[in-house]
Design a protein around this ligand. Structure first.
Ligand code: FES
Ligand code: FES
Length: 159
C-alpha cells in the first residue's frame, strides 16, 4: 500500500492503495467518480478514457502509481447538467447515443481532439475516436456531434 497524491478535475486527492491498482478502479471505487465506465478492462474499448495531463489514456490500463503528481480529467470535470460542455450539448442536440455506455470515453477523446485541433476534418475526427468503440452503432451521429461542437466553439452557429 502507498499513498498517491494527484489532481482529479482540479481537486487535489490522496489515495491509499496498491500502486498497481488500475486508475479506473480508483476513480470509480475510491473517489466515487462512476462516470468513467468499465467496458472491457483490457484497453480495447475506450469507455474508460480520461485525460492525464491533457492526453487521452485508457484508465483501465493505467496503474495508480503512474498518475502521482499528475492532473486527471474525468467526464465529471467536463461540464454539469446546468452548464454542459459544448460537446455534451452537441451530443444531446444530435441525439448521438443510444445506451450511452460508450459516451464518457468518446466525449473525453473528443475533448482531447478539440483542445489540439479546433477545426478537425471528418477524417481527423474518425482518427481521434479510433480507440473508442460504440456497440450501438451511433458512429455517424457521434461524428456529427463532434463537428457541431467544434463549430459552436469556433463561434459558428449551426441549426
Ligand atoms: S474498459 Fe478500458 S479500454 Fe475498455
Ligand atoms: S451508445 Fe451504446 S455503446 Fe455507444
Amino acid at each position: 500500500m502507498s499513498s498517491i497524491a494527484f489532481t482529479v478535475n482540479g481537486r487535489a486527492v490522496e489515495v491509499v492503495a496498491d500502486g498497481d491498482t488500475p486508475l479506473l478502479d480508483v476513480l470509480r471505487n475510491h473517489l466515487d467518480l462512476t462516470g468513467t465506465r468499465f467496458g472491457c478492462g483490457l484497453e480495447q474499448c475506450g469507455s474508460c478514457m480520461v485525460l492525464i495531463d491533457g492526453q487521452p489514456e485508457k484508465s483501465c490500463g493505467k496503474a495508480l502509481s503512474t498518475v502521482a503528481g499528475k492532473s486527471v480529467l474525468t467526464i465529471e470535470g467536463l461540464g454539469t447538467p446546468a452548464q454542459p460542455h459544448p460537446l455534451q450539448q452537441a451530443f444531446l442536440d444530435e441525439q448521438a447515443g443510444q445506451c450511452g455506455y460508450c459516451l464518457s470515453g468518446i466525449l473525453i477523446s473528443a475533448k482531447a481532439l478539440l483542445d489540439r485541433n479546433p477545426a478537425p476534418t471528418r477524417t481527423e475526427i474518425a482518427a481521434a475516436l479510433d480507440d473508442n468503440i460504440c456497440r450501438c452503432g451511433s458512429h455517424h451521429r457521434i461524428m456529427r456531434a463532434v463537428a457541431r461542437a467544434a463549430a459552436q466553439m469556433r463561434g459558428e452557429v449551426r441549426p
